[in-house]
Design a protein around this ligand. Structure first.
Ligand SMILES: *Cc1c(COP(=O)(O)O)cnc(C)c1O
Length: 220
């Protein structure tokens, strides 16, 4: 599918597209930017830093990969949305670095919905205890905007849909119990190249798509 039709079909269901540009060089990213795409996702801090200065300043950079606390400081000045808040110690570090710069940082809570693959994320059964602990602290420089997750890498449609449904439920559970009066809590980030259509049908409103846009990745 060409980029324009992909973008149009995602906008058509009121979802946002994050173009996942990891492993791809700045020139290639610039091509997609020139087609009107402003949201890009990277999963490694070092790689993100190497690209930021070479690309237009109005790109919104999404940190979608596992984030080590000691690297938070480097991305705070420019990051648009951190998708991978998965532990309290990371929240503490984001708060500390954001306060230092008098900035507010937007984050998503990452949940582990797959039974294989990424080992990161808050366990669904720990949703309430995580939220209780998180909200017992006063994180004045963090805005929680929603949830993020990754389904199992499989072509078993029912399994993948079931995992997305679980994350959709977690979102609504959190919204009702903890974020009712916060309209900012509105993002459901799930769906990648292989499963984004199922994700959109299961309530996603932000998909993170890489290989479908940029082609297969070459890891060296
Ligand atoms: C790489 C990656 C994606 C995009 O994967 P594709 O299959 O290339 O679309 C989405 N989310 C995360 C967290 C990723 O690491």
């Amino acid at each position: 599918m060409d980029f324009e039709s992909l973008k149009k079909s995602i906008a058509g269901v009121n979802a946002q597209l994050v173009a996942v540009s990891k492993t791809h060089p700045p020139e290639v990213i610039k091509n997609i930017y020139n087609k009107g795409q402003f949201d890009f996702g990277e999963n490694k801090v070092q790689e993100l830093l190497s690209k930021v200065d070479l690309l237009p300043a109005d790109i919104r950079w999404h940190m979608i990969g596992h984030l080590q606390s000691n690297k938070v400081k480097q991305i705070i000045p420019f990051v648009h949305l951190i998708h991978s808040l998965d532990r309290l110690s990371l929240a503490k570090e984001i708060e500390k670095q954001a306060e230092r710069r008098h900035q507010k940082i937007s984050v998503l809570l990452q949940f582990k919905i797959a039974d294989e693959g990424s080992k990161f994320g808050i366990l669904p059964e720990e949703t309430d205890s995580f939220a209780d602990q998180f909200l017992s602290e006063d994180y004045q420089h963090i805005t929680v905007k929603g949830v993020m997750g990754m389904a199992t890498f499989t072509d078993d449609e029912e399994k993948v849909r079931g995992e997305f449904r679980k994350l959709n439920d977690i979102f609504h559970q959190l919204k009702e119990k903890y974020f009712q009066d916060q309209p900012d809590f509105s993002i459901k980030s799930y769906g990648m190249s292989g499963d984004y259509q199922w994700a959109l049908e299961e309530g996603s409103n932000m998909v993170r798509i890489g290989s479908l846009i940029f082609g297969e990745r070459n890891y060296e």
